[in-house]
Design a protein around this ligand. Structure first.
Ligand code: SAH
Ligand code: SF4
Length: 344
């Protein structure tokens, strides 16, 4: 079977765009299953049955950017904007630690309001807890990334979204692929654990583009990779495009695991939105992380990056319980651990 040979090549670190594209495209279910089994095994080899959890705080839905796919883009006047105060952010991290989180992800739109404030937020969290801090707050100057690192930030997530210049332009009226890439390399230089990722099923995206994105993850030596389906939001220019095919997202998760071997790969909320058991499925084909929402309930409905986002009406405690059973369904278990990338 052709898939068998391709999987072997990848395991031997031979990454050929046409071959990766073939595995993304194959309609032969036994070939797809071969890929899923190999990816799952690779994940078990590195992380065993362990699933890391990271609580997310959606700090602010103010954003100076206008990405065409995103529900909280600057141009969406229907969004009720909010900012969580620095003091509340610190308190949230303290309470997250009490219920067993060892990592918090602080995510927001690109909101300059927090540029300086994050220094204090990070310091205070570090002073009052023993948790790892991941930032996901967009493109910022090198010196600011440096200050946040000095204050104690451990990781940074910045999805490249696509590595294709033309596609990137159609998605981002006010952004530049080279600049975003430079930010990722700056974060690397500053010794953050660096996360990136893409959306699957973007209008105009081809399988070959996705294959090249996967190779980019390897070239960057990314420590974390978040891949999720594109899901339209009704108040964006992309409202009439259709959601990604779930199976394709699953293939990308599996191939990302095979190619990167040890990167931390979340079973994303968007996968759970597109398919009720999407996160469990991802945990069985290479994903090893879940990121439950820790944003206070009253804000959640205003952080809708896409339509029908799940877990909007649940409280943090419910999310925690739900995640436990999700891991068990996938034959895995949640571990209380900061969850740094394993060196292999
Ligand atoms: N502002 C920061 C972080 C918040 S957005 C940034 O852009 O990096 C976090 C992620 O949400 C984005 O990277 C994007 O991949 C995802 N996202 C945004 N809109 C989406 C949509 N319509 N469907 C699926 N994912 C989406
Ligand atoms: Fe802002 Fe991020 Fe949404 Fe783009 S994806 S509009 S940067 S929150």
């Amino acid at each position: 079977m052709k898939a068998h040979k391709i999987i072997q090549n990848i395991q031997n670190e031979k990454y050929i765009i046409d071959e990766i594209t073939y595995l993304l495209a194959t309609k032969n279910q036994s070939e797809a299953d071969l890929l899923y089994t190999a990816a799952h095994q690779q994940c078990l080899n590195v992380y065993g049955e362990n699933v890391f959890i990271r609580g997310i705080i959606e700090l602010s839905n103010n954003c100076s950017k206008n990405c065409n796919y995103c529900g909280i883009r600057r141009g969406n006047s229907k969004v009720e904007r909010y900012r969580i105060s620095p003091q509340d952010a610190v308190e949230l991290a303290v309470s997250a630690e009490k219920v067993g989180y060892k990592t918090m992800v602080i995510q927001s739109g690109e909101d300059a309001y927090y540029d300086d404030k994050l220094v204090d937020i990070i310091r205070e969290i570090k002073k009052n807890t023993d948790i790892a801090i991941t930032l996901s707050v967009g493109e910022k100057p090198y010196d600011l990334y440096k200050e946040w690192k000095k204050a104690g930030a451990d990781r940074f997530l910045l999805r490249i979204e696509t590595t294709n210049q033309e596609l990137f332009k159609t998605l981002h009226p006010d952004d530049d692929l080279d600049h975003r890439t430079e930010c990722l390399y700056n974060l690397k230089k500053l010794d953050y654990e660096v996360g990136t990722g893409i959306m699957i099923g973007l209008p105009g995206q081809t399988l070959e583009m996705i294959a090249k994105d996967i190779i980019f993850f390897k070239e960057l030596n990314a420590d974390m990779i978040g891949v999720g389906p594109f899901i339209p939001h009704e108040d964006t220019p992309f409202k009439d495009h259709k959601s990604s095919d779930f199976e394709l997202t699953l293939r990308v998760v599996a191939l990302t695991r095979l190619v990167t071997k040890s990167a931390n790969i979340p079973a994303t909320t968007a996968m759970g939105t597109l398919d009720k058991t999407g996160r469990q499925k991802a945990l069985k084909v290479g994903a090893n992380v879940i990121m439950p929402n820790f944003t206070p309930q009253s804000y959640r409905k205003n952080y809708q990056l896409y339509d029908n986002k799940i877990c909007i009406n649940e409280g943090a405690d419910q999310c925690r319980g739900c995640i436990e059973s999700m891991a068990v369904d996938a034959g895995k278990k949640i571990v209380i651990d900061k969850g740094f990338r394993k060196k292999i």
